[in-house]
Ligand binder design. Structure first.
Ligand code: ZN
Length: 323
């Protein structure tokens, strides 16, 4: 068995008991937030909107039918071999750092699968809840939407092939794309939109030269209406003519005399690529989901959102009927 490149000394520190996680403050914060959502949510058993909570108990009770679940019921925090704080900590380390899931499991001193499934569940809930939480920020998002696609490899990259920087000037149909090669089927094509502090990232498995930009533009519009100008590169402009205004850029680093460019998207790609490389073992479905998560967390960070907003996304995603 090959030795991991990183993490052996980290494991020793954990084994020595040097790293002891104190998640109590986070556990408490999560409980308070979840209770707030319960107070506004209908009872999952009878639909009655009369759930009562108490600061002294982690249970909530329906005054109508007597249903008395713990406040984590129905959320990704429920019945895990992790505390609520550990569940959220694992997700934050996953989404907001370059630590791999196996290193996160090491740090938490928990089984890989336990951590992996907890992260995946939180991630799905955060994605469901994000649009509502984002709209509640009520911040002004305007300016052009920069949009571009990029081919990139993640899970399939096994380290055999260094990235081939294939910058062909002129002549080539695709200029300036650097491509990582991995096992067949493991490549992912990213499409991203940047508008002010909003970042929308979609991943599509495989290498695509006919990527559909519409879903990303649509999501950017939903999260920052009205849409306004769309800036893209020359290749896309020939295929996408239906939006208000399409401005052509010839190269990723190019700025037109009018100041039109897609540098923000290029910058985003340069951040997401090393982040995605930590997911070598993930399922293909996981990769697409991960790409989307990156956009969400990046948007929240750029908007100056706090950790609480991540809990809110998660609770919103778990209590879809609450507002
Ligand atoms: Zn009830």
């Amino acid at each position: 068995m090959s030795q991991p490149a990183f993490g052996k000394m980290l494991q020793q520190l954990v084994d020595l008991g040097v790293i002891e996680l104190q998640t109590k403050p986070l556990d408490d914060q999560i409980e308070r937030r979840l209770k707030k959502f319960w107070e506004q949510a209908p009872c999952p058993e009878c639909g009655d909107p009369s759930i009562q909570t108490w600061p002294s108990s982690n249970r909530v009770i329906c005054r109508s039918c007597g249903f008395k679940p713990v406040c984590t019921y129905g959320t990704p925090f429920h019945e895990k071999h992790l505390t609520t704080g550990e569940v959220l900590l694992a997700f934050i380390l996953y989404a907001d750092t370059l630590l791999s899931i196996s290193k996160i499991a090491t740090l938490l001193d928990r089984a890989y699968k336990t951590v992996y499934y907890a992260i995946r569940e939180v991630e799905a809930a955060v994605q469901r809840g994000f649009p509502v939480v984002w709209n509640q920020f009520q911040q002004e998002i305007d300016g052009p939407v920069q949009i571009d696609e990029s081919s990139s490899v993640c899970s399939g990259y096994k380290g055999q092939d260094p990235p081939r920087d294939s910058r062909h000037r002129g002549g080539s149909s695709r200029s300036g794309r650097s491509r990582w090669r991995g096992r067949h089927g493991d490549q992912i094509t990213l499409v991203a939109a940047c508008r002010d502090v909003l970042r929308v990232v979609h991943g599509q498995l495989g290498i695509s030269y006919e990527t559909d930009l519409d879903p990303v533009i649509q999501e950017a519009e939903d999260l920052s209406q009205p849409l306004g100008e769309v800036w893209t590169d020359g290749l896309q402009a020939y295929r996408q003519m239906e939006y208000t205004h399409q401005i052509v850029v010839h190269d990723e680093t190019y700025v037109s005399p009018d100041g039109v460019h897609i540098n923000q998207v290029e910058c985003l790609f340069s951040l997401i690529k090393p982040w995605l490389r930590k997911f070598r073992g993930l399922s293909k479905h996981g990769l697409e989901q991960a790409a989307h998560t990156f956009g969400i967390i990046r948007s929240l960070n750029l908007a100056g959102a706090s950790l609480v907003s991540v809990i809110d996304c998660l609770a919103m995603g778990a209590f879809p009927s609450s507002t």
